[in-house]
Design a protein around this ligand. Structure first.
Ligand code: PLP
Length: 401
């Protein structure tokens, strides 16, 4: 095959695969937003919508305070560093942010990454090898799965949120040198909160470490927003915490790993996404630091998020919709059928509400839904307007009476 024929064949085969995705209704188009992120957004077609599908839990993403904090950090520290951390990419603001995150989470130390995907991708390989066991919840985030793949440790997978199976896997891993249980603190498709109290008890019983990914928890879970470990009263019993600066804690980007200083120091020496990728922009580091200072001073934002969550969960159920029960600001409104979930989301868009339909393979077959995510930035009026739109679309599609 000549060079150009091979290239033509390659491009054609990609085009075929993309057509198949479209035909199966599995192609993911991207909504284009023409405004700041927030409780309301304007799309590129000029529509104003109430936004119920951002991970903007504390409402900070488009908030003026964040814009000002990032400008202030940019003024002081410049636009970027053109360096990885260990060469000449560490500024005082990065050290202060690491200290603030560690303090907030109740750990000794913390290391920053460009994303939580990198934090998870770079956490296992430096710390564990073929003598060790990683025991992972079956529904853990893709970045945890990829991180485990990069590590030589033996892999054990337990049925999602199933403590009996976790115990079975701990027993199976008993012969290994070190064992670590790994779980999302909160699972984002269902809003399920990991049973960290029971997980920590099992870890003690079977001499295992515990790692949690707090991307859907840091900043608002628990009484003072420290996370799932605070929610379950196990602060101090978690060995490794990974998380993102790209959701509740400001919404730009950036990730971190927190834990004992020996763990963090080892990652600084050996973690590949840290060693071989650029330092976090000073604007993000400075603005993230301002978020942590704000959260340490007041629980106002997480309290408002909780009130909004309770309001929405109560009223959407009262309308007759089926939701996954729980307390998390992720509220899956179950529609079961993929086609109906798409129709429902499309109708809500026309009615001025932005939600996304999720269906197989993102969620199990027959479990299609729209996933609502509440924010501290939503006003009661916005939530009530959205609830009215749910009611109207639900009646039109004969989902509720
Ligand atoms: C969003 C998410 C990530 C990735 O976070 P980024 O900072 O955007 O890379 C990792 N883990 C979980 C559980 C997430 O929800």
């Amino acid at each position: 095959m000549s060079h150009s024929t091979s290239r033509t064949h390659f491009i054609n085969s990609l085009a075929d695969n993309l057509s198949t995705l479209r035909a199966q209704g599995l192609y993911k188009p991207e909504r284009v937003i023409a405004s700041r992120q927030g409780a309301e957004v304007t799309c590129d077609d000029g529509r104003h919508l109430i936004n119920l599908c951002a991970n903007n839990y504390l409402g900070l993403s488009g908030d003026e305070s964040m814009v000002q904090a990032s400008i202030a950090a940019t003024e002081k520290f410049g636009y970027g560093l053109s360096s990885v951390r260990f060469i000449c990419g560490t500024q005082t603001v990065h050290k202060e942010l690491e200290k603030a995150i560690a303090g907030f989470l109740g750990t000794e130390d913390c290391i920053l990454y460009a994303a939580a995907f990198d934090a998870n991708g770079g956490v296992f390989e430096p710390l564990f090898d073929e003598n060790d066991a990683i025991i992972s919840d079956a529904l853990n985030h893709a970045s945890i799965i990829d991180g485990i793949r990069l590590c030589k440790a033996e892999r054990f997978r337990y049925t999602h949120n199933d403590m009996a199976d976790l115990e079975t896997q701990l027993q199976a891993a008993a012969g290994k040198r070190h064992r670590i249980i790994v779980t999302d603190g909160v699972f984002s498709m269902d809003g399920t909160i990991a049973q960290l109290d029971r997980i920590c008890d099992l870890a003690d019983q079977y001499d295992a470490l515990v790692m949690i990914d707090e991307c859907h928890a840091s900043g608002f879970m628990g009484k003072t927003g420290r996370g799932t470990h605070e929610h379950h009263h196990v602060m101090g019993r978690i060995d490794i915490i990974t998380g993102t600066l790209g959701k509740a804690l400001g919404g730009a980007m950036g990730g971190f790993t927190a834990g004992r200083k020996e763990v963090i120091d080892t990652l600084r020496q050996k973690s590949r996404p840290y060693l071989f990728s650029n330092t976090l922009a000073p604007s993000i580091a400075g603005a993230s630091l301002s978020v942590l200072q704000r959260l340490a001073a007041s629980t106002e934002l997480r309290d408002r998020l909780q009130a909004n969550t309770e309001h929405f969960r109560h009223d959407i159920a009262a309308l007759g919709f089926t939701i996954k029960p729980g307390t998390h600001p992720v509220v899956p409104v179950m529609l079961f059928d993929a086609h109906i979930a798409q129709q429902f989301a499309a109708r809500l868009y026309e009615l001025g509400v932005l939600v996304t339909g999720f269906f197989y393979p993102v969620v199990p077959m027959g479990q299609a839904r729209v996933r609502v995510q509440l924010s501290a930035a939503h006003t009661t009026e916005q939530l009530n307007t959205a609830l009215n739109a749910f009611a109207q679309a639900g009646r039109e599609l004969k989902l509720i009476k």
